[in-house]
Design a protein around this ligand. Structure first.
Ligand SMILES: Cc1cc2nc3c(=O)[nH]c(=O)nc-3n(C[C@H](O)[C@H](O)[C@H](O)COP(=O)(O)O)c2cc1C
Length: 314
């Protein structure tokens, strides 16, 4: 029975063994997770954000747990482009799942420089453009909230990334996420990922100071899942259905049921982030559980679930 179940998905022309990927910034550069799970069980791997120069990130404390998730203000700490190529890429090249490099910067030229340098690397299937980081002072979220800038940066990077798949990662910190989604499509994005974290604050009542040294951070985890589901469904109905652009849904996914929920809302694939801090091998478990779900629900082709949410009677 299990043999008849197909959990593969077509994501922007790439055939993925299953729809489950890692979320940028929560699983390092891949080798960090290797002790906890078989990385080849994944559908795709998304690296932490890479910038031209190495970044130390923000001062600590830069993470704090919340009732149903966590706040982070890491500030894009990473080894920088050259060390990434020399030390991390060889490990990623040995992986079976599709590898996406998440790219960040403070100017459009920064984004272009990273993608141009990596565009010819065989090991890389595509890029995810982080124009939605709430934890850096320059660049980051400011690109992602203005449709004009979203279109401009997407077009510039698309021209630099050759035939690799370009995913644009959207921020939820906008009035109408469909406007920025449309702008990314106009700029040439091959896929959209949503959502990045929500800006939030936790206060220590003894010191009367914010817990994070950065004062604010990005909220992730189960707390944001229903909002992320709503936003994926909105972009699916208002942008993806018409243009055919695939969506990578994320925000609070912990189990196979959450993945199914995102797919029904309109996601073609999903990413798992904060849940990996609680259970580092959870992505492999989620993939196995997805097969069980299909068997139980008599779903022979998992990808049929994308956008299969019952529509309201008109
Ligand atoms: C500790 C931490 C670091 C993150 N770093 C990045 C990053 O470098 N680039 C990025 O695009 N998103 C980053 N994110 C956002 C996640 O990729 C994801 O969009 C968000 O956490 C929502 O998914 P989740 O609820 O499954 O964690 C980070 C999130 C966390 C918790």
């Amino acid at each position: 029975m299990t043999d008849n179940i197909d959990i593969s998905v077509d994501f922007a022309g790439l055939k993925l063994a299953n729809p489950v990927m890692t979320a940028s910034g929560t699983c390092g550069y891949a080798d960090e997770l290797a002790d906890f799970m078989d990385l080849d069980a994944l559908g795709g791997f998304i690296t932490k954000s890479i910038t031209v120069k190495p970044r130390k990130g923000n001062p600590t404390p830069r993470i704090v747990e919340t009732d149903a998730g966590m706040l982070n203000a890491i500030g894009l700490a990473n080894v920088g482009l050259e060390r990434f190529v020399a030390e991390k890429l060889p490990v990623l090249a040995r992986m079976k799942p599709a590898v996406f490099v998440n790219v960040a910067g403070t100017t459009i030229d920064d984004y272009v420089a990273v993608t141009q340098r990596l565009a010819s690397e065989q090991a890389i299937a595509g890029f995810e453009l982080n124009i939605s980081c709430p934890n850096v002072k320059k660049g980051g979220i400011s690109f992602g909230t203005d449709p004009v800038q979203v279109e401009e940066i997407t077009r510039a990077v698309k021209n630099a990334c050759g035939r690799k798949v370009l995913i644009v990662k959207l921020t939820p910190a906008v009035t109408d996420i469909s406007a920025t989604a449309h702008a990314a499509v106009k700029g040439g994005a091959d896929a959209l990922s949503l959502v990045n974290t929500f800006t939030a604050m936790v206060i220590d009542i003894e010191t009367r100071r914010p817990v994070l040294a950065n004062r604010t951070g990005g909220l992730s985890g189960p707390a944001i899942k229903p909002i992320a589901i709503y936003l994926v469904n909105k972009v699916y109905n208002e942008v993806a259905r018409e243009t055919g652009i695939p969506l990578l849904g994320l925000g609070g996914i912990r189990n196979a049921a959450d993945v199914v929920e995102f797919m029904l809302a309109g996601a073609t694939a999903v990413s798992v982030g904060t849940a990996s801090f609680v259970e580092p091998g959870c992505t492999a478990r989620i993939v196995a559980d997805l097969r069980d779900y299909c068997q139980r629900a008599k779903v022979t082709k998992l990808s049929d679930l994308t956008g299969a949410l019952e529509r309201p009677a008109s």
